[in-house]
Design a protein around this ligand. Structure first.
Ligand code: GLN
Length: 455
């Protein structure tokens, strides 16, 4: 994989940092284990992995693709990294993303653009475009991402890979750089459904260092994926979300989606239409909740504690407040600033109830919709994204156009549900299309079965 990285990186630019020496040392350590010790490790032991640079790694620079964290070397590992290390999975490096995971194309990275391996004129999706491109481009067999509004699944759809957002709280967020804490979740980016299941089982499970971590063992996802590979879905009830997939969806995305629905039926699943009437408000609610939480989380980048510090010019008073403002002006990109301003406004006195309070109420209505839907069916389905990968520059000047690309992924984050995107074939111009499954909370295994059956 290091050789592929060396050959592909000049063009793909999926990695912000390649940790070759560390990876080789970890691989040697694994090789040195006795067969007996190896047998006790998870199935993925020894398999290398790439990590989105939104997850902290001890001794390896972690920037969240922001200038404000340039040069910051974390003194500790995220829980998921500890677990990968315990499983002897070498860490290949840190992958590119939209700054602080804000974006849908990875173009908001402060450092570089990552190409889509299917067509280098197209974006790899975002925010986790680096992880998805690394996996699609065979630079890494596995990767980790973070998904706050689709940042694992939409890049999965754009690059023809599998992207999973586990149930909120199923994977520890300790050491995941906080974007919007009530929505963030770490999850796998892989080339197969079974790989995702196995990786989820390595990183998942309770962690006392994350107060929102679910105090239960990981769900049997690999078993479900293996069961699904038999392609028998008799007795499974699948709900097609009526409100997602109409206007604004590319025709060949809908065509591939409908073909997959037909395949599910051929394998014995019963597919019915279900309604989630409030889902149309999800995007609006997300763009209140997410910036609000981010504006609060990003207050920690003050020039004192981490990374970049910019002192005011000599003719400006050398106060702490001025230092903060010069640091933040230089260290944050436009999209990050836009969200901080939005969030600060939504949370400000006098506006709190009108904006943040209303968004939280909408969120509850969406959760109720999903609960009602799951009374009728086992899993829900919809396309992952309205379009296939778009060209560099197409949406970067138009935040709304960029935001709308998350319309089908955001509802799962608002409701804390597990969701997964798998490849569903190609569009007319040869770009990958994503198919999404959503399962009930804390029942992640439920989506792995039909996903493995379809793949
Ligand atoms: N595109 C979404 C946003 O910009 C997704 C972010 C994410 O999942 N990290 O907010």
């Amino acid at each position: 994989h290091l050789a592929v990285i060396e050959a592909a990186e000049p063009q793909l630019q999926a990695f912000l940092k390649v940790s070759a020496q560390e990876a080789l040392a970890q691989a040697d350590e694994f090789d040195a284990l006795s067969d007996e010790d190896k047998a006790k490790l998870p199935e993925l032991a020894g398999v290398p992995i790439a990590i989105k640079d939104m997850i902290v790694t001890e001794g390896i620079e972690t920037t969240a693709a922001s200038r404000i964290l340039e040069g910051w070397v974390p003194p500790y590992d995220a829980t998921v990294i500890e677990r990968l290390k315990a499983a002897h999975m070498p860490i290949l490096g840190k992958t590119n993303l939209d700054e602080f995971a804000m974006g849908s194309s990875t173009e908001h990275s402060a450092y570089q653009n990552t190409m889509n391996p299917w067509n280098t004129e197209c974006v790899p999706g975002g925010s986790g475009g680096g992880s998805a491109a690394a996996v699609a481009g065979f630079e890494a067999p596995l990767a980790l991402g973070t998904d706050t509004g689709g940042s694992i699944r939409q890049p999965g759809a754009f690059t023809g890979t599998v992207g999973v957002k586990p149930t909120y709280g199923a994977v520890s967020r300790y050491g995941a750089i906080a974007m919007a804490s009530s929505l963030d979740q770490i999850g796998p980016a892989t080339r197969s459904v079974l790989d995702s299941a196995l990786l989820y089982e390595v990183i998942g499970g309770h962690d006392k260092r994350d107060s929102t971590s679910i105090p239960e063992p990981v769900r049997p996802a690999a078993e479900a994926a293996r069961e699904g590979a038999k392609r028998d879905l008799k007795g499974m009830k699948v709900g097609l979300i009526k409100e997602i997939g109409g206007e604004g969806f590319q025709q060949d995305v809908l065509d591939r989606f409908n073909e997959c629905v037909k395949l599910l039926e051929d394998m014995g699943a019963e597919v019915v239409e279900v309604s989630c009437p409030h889902i149309g408000y999800a995007l609006s609610a997300y763009y209140i909740v997410m910036p609000s939480e981010a504006s609060s989380n990003l207050a920690r980048y003050d020039g004192m504690r981490y990374g970049l510090r910019v002192m005011p010019p000599v003719d400006v008073p050398q106060t702490a407040a001025n230092m903060m403002s010069y640091t933040r002006e230089a260290g944050f990109g436009d999209e990050v600033k836009r969200r901080i301003i939005l969030g600060t406004y939504a949370l400000s006195a006098g506006y709190y109830d009108a904006w943040y309070g209303s968004a939280q109420k909408v969120r509850t209505l969406i959760i109720d919709d999903f609960n009602k839907a799951f009374d009728q069916v086992d899993v829900l389905i919809c396309p992952t994204a309205p379009t296939t990968a778009f060209k560099f520059g197409d949406k970067i000047e138009d935040p709304m156009a960029m935001y709308v690309n998350d319309i089908a992924t955001i509802p799962a984050n608002l409701a804390g549900l597990p969701a997964m995107s798998i490849p569903a074939g190609l569009s007319g111009d040869g770009m990958p299309v994503g198919f999404q499954f959503l399962a009930p909370q804390k029942r992640d295994e439920v989506m792995y079965k039909p996903a493995a059956a379809l793949e």
